[in-house]
Design a protein around this ligand. Structure first.
Ligand code: LMR
Length: 402
C-alpha cells in the first residue's frame, strides 16, 4: 500500500529549523522561524503568563471543553481584535471559537468554507506565508495569487494590487494579513486599507484577515485597524487570531476564529457549521493555553503588565531593524534601508536563494530560502556577525532586488 510513496519536500520554515537544530556550529544564527527571542537568544515568558500559571495550576479539570472551546476566552480574544465597545457584542452578530493556534484557525475556516460551499477560491497576496496555500488546498479550495510586493521587493505595489482585486469574481474570498505581513513586513497604510475595504464591499468579496502578529507592528490597537474597518463597514468577514507570538505561547497552540455575520440568527447558524467543521477535525481544543490567555486578558493588572511587556518587545524589534540596516549601510553599497521601515518580525531581505545558501553553508546564518529573515532573532551578539556575512556574500554576487 505504501510502495508508491515518494519523500515529501521539507517544510521551508519548520523543516529548515530542524536542520538548524542539527547544525553543530557554535556561532550559528537562527533567523528562520517567527519567534521572538530576547537579548540572550531565549524565548522569554511574559511576567503575566507566569502569574497566570500560578493562578490556574490548581484549577485545571480533565473534562472536555465544548467543541468551540472556552467561550470566556473567545469573548476576550475577540474583544482584543474588535474593541470591547464594538456594537457587535451587543447585537450578537459574531461567532468566536477557540482554535489550535493561527494555523488551526485557518484550517477550520478552510473546512467551513469548503463544507458549506461558501466559496471555492481564496485569493492571497504574492508572496504570502508558505503554509497559506497548503491549508486551503488541503480543504479542497483553490488558491490564486494577486500582486502585493513591488518589483524592487521593498514596498507595496498598491495600484497592481487594487487592479487585481477589482477583477476578483464576486463571492470569492480574499486572504489578507491583518498586520505585519508575513513574509515581507510590508503593510498597507490606513488610507490604503480603507480603499481595500471599499473594493471588498463593492465587489462582495469575503475577507479573511490573518492576524498572527498583533502588537508587533504599530501597537496593539493600531495593528487591528483593518479588522475594525472590516467590522464596521462589512456585514460578513472572517478573522483568524494567534497568541503564539504576542503571548509567547508557541507550543500551546492558542488561537481563535472570529466570524462576523449579518445578524444574530446568521451567527447561530454559522456557529453550528463551525462546530461541525471542528468536530470532524480535532473534536475540541485543549484547555491550558487558552486558560492562560483568559486569565491574563480577564485581569486588569495582568493585562496592563502584558501590554507593557509586549510594547517593549515591539520597540526592541524596531530598534533592531534600525541597527541592522545602519550596520549594513556601513559595510556594503547595496541599499537595505527598507528593512528599517518594515513592520513586525519579518523582512524580505532581497537576498537570492544562492546567497541564502552561502550564508547558511559558509557562515551558519539561516534565512528562509525566499530571503525572509526573522528580525526578532537578532541580538547584540549576532547582529554584527550577520551583517558582516551579508556584506561579504552580497559583494561576491549581486542581490536580486536593487
Ligand atoms: C513563521 O512564519 O515563521 C511562523 O508563522 C511559524 C510557522 O508556523 O511557519
Amino acid at each position: 500500500m505504501f510502495e508508491h510513496l515518494t519523500t515529501a519536500p521539507d517544510d521551508p520554515i519548520l523543516g529548515l529549523n530542524e536542520k538548524f537544530k542539527q547544525d553543530q556550529r557554535d556561532h550559528r544564527v537562527n533567523l528562520i522561524i517567527g519567534i521572538y527571542q530576547d537579548e540572550t537568544g531565549e524565548i522569554p515568558e511574559f511576567r503575566a503568563v507566569s502569574e497566570a500559571r500560578r493562578r490556574i495550576s490548581s484549577n485545571v479539570k480533565a473534562n472536555y471543553l465544548g467543541i468551540d472551546g472556552d467561550q470566556a476566552y473567545a469573548q476576550l480574544a475577540s474583544e482584543l481584535i474588535l474593541g470591547s465597545d464594538n456594537p457587535r457584542f451587543r447585537e450578537g452578530n459574531w461567532v468566536g471559537a477557540q482554535s489550535l493556534g493561527g494555523t488551526g484557525g485557518l484550517r477550520v475556516v478552510a473546512d467551513f468554507l469548503g463544507r458549506c460551499r461558501v466559496t471555492d477560491t481564496v485569493w492571497h497576496t504574492n508572496p504570502t506565508w508558505v503554509n497559506h496555500q497548503s491549508i486551503f488546498n488541503a480543504a479542497g479550495l483553490q488558491t490564486k495569487p494577486f500582486p502585493y510586493l513591488d518589483a524592487a521587493g521593498r514596498g507595496l505595489d498598491f495600484s497592481s494590487m487594487m487592479s487585481a482585486l477589482e477583477q476578483v469574481p464576486t463571492g470569492h474570498a480574499v486572504l489578507l494579513h491583518g498586520c505585519c505581513h508575513n513574509p515581507t513586513g510590508v503593510d498597507p497604510t490606513a488610507e490604503q486599507w480603507q480603499a481595500i475595504v471599499d473594493v471588498l464591499k463593492r465587489r462582495s468579496l469575503l475577507p479573511i484577515l490573518d492576524c498572527a502578529y498583533q502588537g508587533f507592528g504599530d501597537g496593539l490597537e493600531a495593528d487591528v485597524l483593518a479588522c475594525r474597518l472590516v467590522s464596521s463597514q462589512l456585514h460578513e468577514a472572517i478573522i483568524v487570531q494567534s497568541f503564539s507570538k504576542n503571548f509567547s505561547l508557541y507550543n500551546q497552540r492558542v488561537g481563535a476564529v472570529l466570524f462576523l455575520t449579518k445578524d444574530s440568527a446568521q451567527a447561530a447558524t454559522l456557529r453550528s457549521q463551525v462546530k461541525a467543521a471542528i468536530r470532524a477535525n480535532y473534536s475540541n481544543p485543549p484547555q491550558y493555553g487558552a486558560a492562560l490567555v483568559r486569565t491574563v486578558l480577564g485581569d486588569k493588572e495582568l493585562c496592563a503588565d502584558w501590554k507593557r511587556e509586549l510594547e517593549a518587545m515591539r520597540q526592541r524589534i524596531a530598534a533592531l531593524r534600525q541597527r541592522f540596516s545602519e550596520s549594513l549601510r556601513e559595510k556594503c553599497d547595496h541599499d537595505f534601508s527598507h528593512i528599517a521601515q518594515q513592520k513586525g518580525m519579518f523582512s524580505f531581505s532581497g537576498l537570492t536563494a544562492e546567497q541564502v545558501v552561502h550564508l547558511r553553508d559558509e557562515f551558519g546564518i539561516y534565512f528562509v530560502g525566499n530571503g525572509r529573515m526573522n528580525v526578532a532573532g537578532l541580538n547584540e551578539r549576532n547582529l554584527e556577525v550577520t551583517t558582516r556575512a551579508i556584506a561579504e556574500v552580497v559583494g561576491r554576487c549581486p542581490v536580486s532586488a536593487s
